[in-house]
Design a protein. Sequence first.
Length: 123
Amino acid sequence: MSTRLDAWLWAVRLFKTRSAANKAVVGGHVRLNGSPVKPAHVIVPGDVVTVREPGWERKYEVTQVIAKRVGPPVARTCYIDQSPPKPEYLLAGPLARRDRGAGRPTKKDRREIDRLIGFQTEL
C-alpha cells in the first residue's frame, strides 16, 4: 500500500487538515529522511519524517502507512516519536498582552501582570 506524505501526515493527526499538511510540506517545514520532498512523495515504513515548528523540531519514524484518518490511539501506533522534549520556553503559558494604544500599564496593571506570570516581589 502506498500513501502520499501529506495524506499520511493528516491521517496520523500531525496536522489538522490535509491542506495544512500540504502547505507545510510545500513550505519546507517537513522533510523525509533529511531531504525536502513534494507532498505527493510516497512514504514507506522505516522512513523518518521531520516536522519543524517554531523553536522545535519533531521526528517520527513511520511504522505503518495509512491513508484514512483514524482516532488518536490508533494513529499513535503508526509512528514512533523520536522527538526531543519540548523546550521549556514553549511550555510556558501565554504572554500578557495589552490592547494596542492602551498606553503604559498602571501600577495596578503591573501588579496584575506580575501575578499572572508568577513573579514575586520582595518587600
